[in-house]
Ligand binder design. Structure first.
Ligand SMILES: [Zn+2]
Length: 271
């Protein structure tokens, strides 16, 4: 309860900051994790909330695949660019195919799914009680023309502290497994916990992928570094009120605060 009050106070304060620091129009990338998994956490959206959000996005926003967004962000002159929106998911839980895909298909919303492959391959729970999706489930997801599959490392390793020699292994195991089981080539990467990688990790990612995403609640504009794309996390507490603002890159101040907390939390932790 108290946590909920603090959360909505922070959202309201962040919305007030938006009034004086308006985010320029651009491409917003949203982060989801789970839909209808029933874990009750802030990474797990109730199906009806997700359904309402996708219905609203399909009716009001210019929805893009990640590749379409990158084409726009890497071509032409630097500047604000057109407004657009990309939906993405992280980790790899079974609700992706059970709950998220039917909603995406109902409203024809394209989405990119970043998979941490070890959890699928070994069928071990993801952090926070996440039931891993199976290769069969992922294959069903991957056959949808709306779906792009990306890498989220093999073990969900934090790439700011991993020895350089292990970085290549994390990246290559994940893309090889995805290729082997799904027949896809993997062009897009997402940093676990949205923590930027070490310089060596970043170089390894630039060699292998077309893009990489961090967090940072804000819009992306032509001229952006495609290996440091900003994404806006969506929580159940956003409901529709704050969700609409985040779809336009709003609530940046909420994210600034969250990142300060995360930096403190993950500092010095082992992967
Ligand atoms: Zn993750």
């Amino acid at each position: 309860m108290l946590k909920g009050v603090a959360r909505s106070t922070i959202k309201a304060a962040a919305a007030a900051v938006d009034v004086v620091r308006r985010e320029p129009q651009g491409i917003t990338i949203l982060i989801y994790h789970r839909v209808g998994a029933g874990t009750g956490g802030q990474m797990d959206l109730p199906v009806d909330v997700f359904d309402a959000q996708m219905r609203w996005l399909a009716a009001t926003q210019r929805l893009l695949t990640l590749d379409q967004a990158l084409d726009e962000l890497t071509a032409g002159a630097n500047g604000p660019g057109r407004a657009g929106l990309v939906v993405t998911f992280d980790d790899g839980t079974t609700d992706w195919v059970d709950h998220a895909l039917p909603v995406l298909e109902a409203y024809e919303v394209p989405a990119t799914f970043y998979v941490a492959t070890r959890f699928v391959d070994e069928q071990v729970p993801l952090p926070g009680d996440g039931t891993p999706i199976t290769w069969k489930g992922l294959a069903e997801l991957a056959t949808s023309p709306l779906v792009t599959i990306g890498s989220h490392t093999h073990t969900h390793a934090l790439l700011d502290r991993l020895p350089a020699g292990q970085v290549a292994d994390e990246l290559d195991r994940s893309t090889e497994l995805l290729g082997e089981h799904l027949g896809v080539t993997v062009d897009h990467f997402c940093y676990p916990k949205a923590l930027p990688g070490s310089p060596a990790a970043e170089a390894a990612i630039r060699e292998r992928f077309r893009s990489a995403t961090l967090a940072r609640t804000r819009t992306n504009h032509p001229g952006v570094d495609p290996y440091r794309l900003s994404r806006s996390p969506i929580q159940p507490a956003d409901a529709m009120r704050w969700f609409r603002r985040k779809a336009h890159g709003g609530l940046r101040a909420e994210d600034d605060l969250r990142r300060a907390v995360n930096r403190a939390r993950y500092r010095g932790l082992d992967a």
